[in-house]
Design a protein around this ligand. Sequence first.
Ligand code: ARG
Length: 590
Amino acid sequence: DCPSSVRKQLGKLFAEALKQTVPTELEIVPLIDACIPKDGVKHADYQCNNAMSLFAKIKGKQEEFKNPRSLGEGIMKNLPPSEMIESCSVAGPGFVNIVLSNKWIAQRVQKMLTDGIDSWAPRLPIKRVLVDFSSPNIAKEMHVGHLRSTIIGDTLARMLEFCQPECLIRRNHLGDWGTQFGMLIAHHFEKFPNSDNVNESNIGDLQAFYKESKLKFDSDPDFKLNAQQSVVKLQGGDPKYRKAWEQICNISRTEFNKVYQRLGIHLEEMPESFYNELIPPTLEKLDKLGLIEDSDGARVIFVDGVDIPLIAVKKDGGYNYFSTDLASLWYRLNIEKLDWNIYVTDVGQWQHFDMLFKAFRRAGWLPKDENEYPICTHIGFGLVLGKDGKRLRSSLGETVRLVDLLDKAKEKSKIALLKRGNTKEWSEEEIEKASEAIGYGAVKYADLKNNRTTNYTINFEQMLNDKGNTAVYLIYAHARICSIIRKSGKDIEELKKTGTVVLDHEDERTLALHLLQFTEVFVESCSNLLPHTLCEYLYNLAEIFTKKFYSNCQVVGSPEETSRLLLCEATLVVMRHCFYLLGIVPVDKL
Ligand code: ARG
């Protein structure tokens, strides 16, 4: 049930009407669409389009209906009276058109202003949900792929949180275990033979240090052997190696946290190493169920429809990415008792998760029906491309570091901000804050506005443009509305109590209706885990406000001032909430 979704409410009315018109045992699902307003054409707000398909089913059974259109008329007549609806008509082959009542729209917007945006939160049946996102690998770089996972994952978590689940976990499945550590530790001990401690001043830039050791690993067989022996020592629990590992992890962690802090992202870390001890018992359970087979010395699991098996234990007896994910999913289902597990990674890992989930289905640890709880979902995203249309690389041909990307966005937005010249009276701190909000917001929005499954091209000029579908444009629109309210000199809290929203002008109505459609767009965006739908909504809201409402309806000093200021405020509330969901910080003045 979703009382704040217009579509859902109309759906209920039409479900009644359909039952009256076509008596049947089976429930007919009402097909309700929002209509896109066309300039100049008197159009409906919503449309019910059941009549056409339904007529084919009742043909010959209900003589009173000669064609789909007459069935549409029948449905319309049976529609229960409702204060929502101003008028109905049947159009074309049998569409039932609905025009909503102005008064009703106005009241709903007004009520949201009093009760807050949370009163528009949908009720989705989500109990315990986990979003596994960001999850970079220690010492290896946190590259733009992790940026996408971080941005998309955070937004999905915010969206799910708005639906008020019983429990929501933002999980950082940090890659803190693996053969790279042998290499790093061996390199450190060779380079600094007198130091038992791994410390930051020795290592300097951990990524550079990683590259150094990798180079040595690939070219020097003695070092390679040393590195491999170091892994054995580390995994065997040798205290010296354990300590070195911990120290390396901490250096990396500090770096990651700086990025999270800048992006305003909070994650709960549960690193891969946490599951080490859980791997053997998990594999044993799978073995008892007869799932594990020997293949060339490796221990593998075959799953439906995939030729290659999942490797649970490598030939050398070592564990891998799969081993950890088998144990971690077992833990999430049985100890954390999650009923929805969402993994956010690049689409390239599609098969990894497909096989993981299939192995669990084979074991009977996940229901055969994918739509039955507990549910596991892999959310894949495309690549980040550079201007040349190839995978993003720095001028040196290396992967672009996240921090550099964020620095560049901030720097560029600061230059643009100072150029505008409105900032003369601003403090240094205000300028910094605004440049960060705009710069980081631009990076996030440029990512989120695309369907996540597609590749997208990073283009600073485009994403920092103050015109077009960018965060900068949206943040400016927000600041402009704030300034309208400020200029009026009115106390909005007071107006909320005493004023009334009235929708006499066509553009006031268009704005209010779009505001009211927030919930149904949100529900669609959240159900499909596709944030770009929400971006589209936000952009349209800014466009409707600026190009229609604000161009044609004078606010300050007009006889309709009170109602129009309330509409401005309602727009701000919905905009801010969209910004919040997208992890973008708006500013009040620019
Ligand atoms: N560390 C992995 C990577 O960088 C992502 C981990 C995703 N989560 C998981 N449970 N496998 O690609």
